[in-house]
Design a protein. Structure first.
Length: 379
């Protein structure tokens, strides 16, 4: 067997790699920035940095595939290979190369969600829902649509393209996040459809204080069974907040915590001004959670950054609950808008690699030192 018979395979594998790269580019995978983990929260928060180990595996294979092809090119171009076993081995490697590149296709978020065979509901915010969860999907769709209108008015340069996916636990996008972690990225807002009150308490770690929660809801004349749907209404706008940031600040906001604070403040503002009853329910849940969940494993912003999307849900909720304290303080500062401040700072300097402390001190100018005080508590 002469090495020239390898060329068709080389051509095919090269095409596969190129195809994989174009999908990767489209889905935004691969531009993950690597920072020194010893510095605080400097990793850019984008979908790719949240795809966790599967993306890293993909990147590893992608690199391996490219270097394999390069090595084979070098081998076949430099020596006359006549040994059939070597040729067979090379062909197997090439086969694997092609197979690993097809992994890229599965990582594309659009194809990943559409592969779940959801039902399509049209609208300003189109919905892709696993049949059976249409009622809540329509409620969330209308909340997102209203919020989208509000923010497009508030930030005139914004035209948010949002799509809602309501998936159940069996059809969840585990390739991106474990079930329980909702997210907003690449135009998608992904929410769970099948969490009832008991599931919700279990997933978010509130089952041990179920009784306290039911009592608090009853005392305030609220139905605890509505907690999941209402809570995901808030989450839906929080995820829309991430999409707004991705559109307005292309390079991203530095640090996981600041990204979450911005998404939370956008949601907070919308619900305070448009649907205060949603906020009342959320705050009640958070109050009970705060009093009863007292032993989080991770508590610092460094730990948040290092374990983002990987820590257990109750711990992640704990971070959000504490962030909402900051959000409350920020929101109380009249006539100052956090996202506008960040955009203003960005006009003067590059912000994507700034650490929490520097970013906090830049924001302190607008917020009378609130950020530095808060950061000192959680660093
Ligand atoms: Zn978020």
């Amino acid at each position: 067997m002469h090495y020239s018979s390898l060329y068709p395979f080389l051509v095919i594998s090269k095409i596969a790699v190129t195809f994989g790269r174009s999908l990767k580019k489209e889905s935004g995978i691969g531009s993950r920035r690597h920072y020194d983990n010893s510095t605080l929260s400097t990793r850019k928060i984008t979908l790719e940095s949240r795809f966790s180990h599967k993306i890293q595996t993909y990147l590893f294979y992608e690199k391996m595939a490219s270097s394999t092809i390069l090595s084979i090119h070098l081998i076949v171009n430099s020596v006359q290979i006549t040994n059939t076993n070597i040729m067979k081995t090379l062909l197997i490697i090439l086969g694997l190369t092609i197979a690993t590149n097809s992994f890229a296709q599965r990582i594309n978020l659009d194809s990943l969600i559409l592969s779940k065979k959801p039902k399509y509901l049209e609208g300003v915010v189109p919905v892709y829902v696993i049949p059976g969860y249409e009622t809540k999907a329509i409620l969330w769709q209308s909340t997102i649509t209203e919020a989208k209108k509000f923010f497009e008015n508030k930030y005139p340069r914004t035209s948010i393209k949002a799509k809602l996916a309501v998936l159940d636990s069996t059809n969840w996008t585990n390739e991106v996040y474990a079930y329980g972690y909702t997210y907003g990225s690449k135009g998608w807002i992904v929410l769970p459809g099948d969490e009832d009150f008991s599931d919700y308490l279990r997933i978010f770690g509130a089952a041990p204080f179920r009784k306290e929660l039911i009592n608090a809801y009853n005392e305030n004349g609220l139905d605890p069974n509505e907690l999941p749907v209402i809570s995901f209404q808030f989450v839906a706008v929080h995820e829309l907040g991430h999409l707004i940031v991705q559109q307005l600040i292309k390079e991203g906001i530095p640090g996981e915590y600041l990204n979450e604070v911005v998404a939370n403040i956008l949601a907070w503002e919308f619900f305070k001004t448009h649907k205060p009853e949603v906020m009342n329910s959320i705050e009640l849940f958070f109050d009970v959670f705060r009093k009863n969940y007292t032993n989080p494993k991770y508590t610092t912003l460094r730990e948040l950054s290092e374990n983002y999307g990987k820590m257990d849900m109750p711990n992640y909720v704990w971070y959000h609950i504490n962030m909402l304290r900051l959000v409350e303080e920020i929101y109380a500062v009249k006539d100052v808008d956090l996202l506008s401040c960040i955009m203003e700072i960005r006009q003067e300097r590059e912000i994507q690699n700034l650490d929490n402390i520097t970013m906090g001190s830049l924001l302190d100018k607008y917020y009378n030192g609130i950020f530095s005080r808060w950061l000192a508590k959680y660093n």
